[in-house]
Design a protein around this ligand. Sequence first.
Ligand code: PMT
Length: 407
Amino acid sequence: MPSSLRSKKILFGVCGSIAAFKAAGWVSALTKEGAEVTVVMTAAATRFVTPLTFAALSGRPVHSDMWEEGMAHIALPTATDAVLIAPTTAQAIARLAHGMADDLLSASVLACTVPVLVCPAMNSKMLAHPATQKNLATLRGFGYAVAEPECGRLACGEEGAGRLAEWDSVREMLLGLLTAQDMTGQQVLITAGPTREPLDPARFLSNRSSGKMGYALARTAKRRGAAVTLISGPVALEPPPGVTLVRVETALEMAEAVSKCAQTASIVVKAAAVADFRAAAFSAQKIKKTAVEPLLALAANPDILATLGRSRRADQLLIGFAAESGNHEAEGRRKLLAKKADLIVVNDILGSSTGFDVDTNQVTLITLDSTETLDLLSKEETADRIWDKAAALLRARQVKFNQQEAS
Ligand code: PMT
């Protein structure tokens, strides 16, 4: 069940605020992702950014006049998958909360039955006013999603809450609204990235993991409604919005964090590239190149996945990865059995578009009774296919449990 904005029809409402210039960037980003964006502007919005800008960015006519096109307020929302209004002014929030239909945008929203996402942007005093707060509560009561405005410097020069939310979190909310919430109720624990094993204050042992695969798993699980905890080694990625992030550095720190968080998890996925060894002794002083033999004494790190396999709850689903450079299927199956996992995701670390530090992957999903090789996909699409497989395994487990109960 891939979650993507490709081919999604978005009715994009723009209201009169200086933040309307940011909406231009959002329309451009949506269009580049393959969404079909139809922009509806309020009269005030056209004072800030011209309709021509939005028409050029979306590649479609922009609508703003209630009277020029017959039944546009009925036709527009009918051919739409979701409505996104950004920026949403205090005036627009009040209009929507009171079911007013005196301009094309508010009339279209009133006539629509698809998910609505409003993105407030205004002066902090206007936002804090009980009228605006009451109106926002009314919109939430209608089932509309609200992208919480952020704190910072506002266009009026004041500091406070009221800045338009960031695109990354709004995009995630929009995707969430367009994605079946089939992981609601799941507590998912994911590990991602490399571990770093220090040798001295300057040096460490590590590997080439960027965290992209694990972060894609976290982002897509959250989008599908799961509560997600992400235990991450040192990476240069922004954490996905709405995910609980635990940062660790070494394999021992990761092992400790996993053992704490795994108790409550219904699904655990070990996508991290954990260093198998650490330095046998850490040197508090930088090691001089003349002071030691050029040999490094190592100690084995705990195998976190294998430890989980031995101690996990019967109702927990355990998913491991296998980073392989040869004998992929045989090695994946060996790790499945040795680590007592339900699913091993094998990926090739020699390919130029698979494994470490690229945006794509091609994986083989290995369970006790199946082997399935997926196409080369983006890491997000790969993650979605892993969640589909996890859902199938949980369903099969439930059927087996029901049969045992009945017999
Ligand atoms: O982060 P990216 O740049 O996107 O790259 C993604 C990836 C290649 C790192 C990822 O897709 C991947 O393959 N992760 C697992 C890497 C790995 O450590 O593979 P392994 O075959 O050595 O280990 C098998 C499993 O045991 C893994 O689930 C690993 O997390 C786990 N393990 C390994 C060693 C250890 N001490 N403890 C563990 O839990």
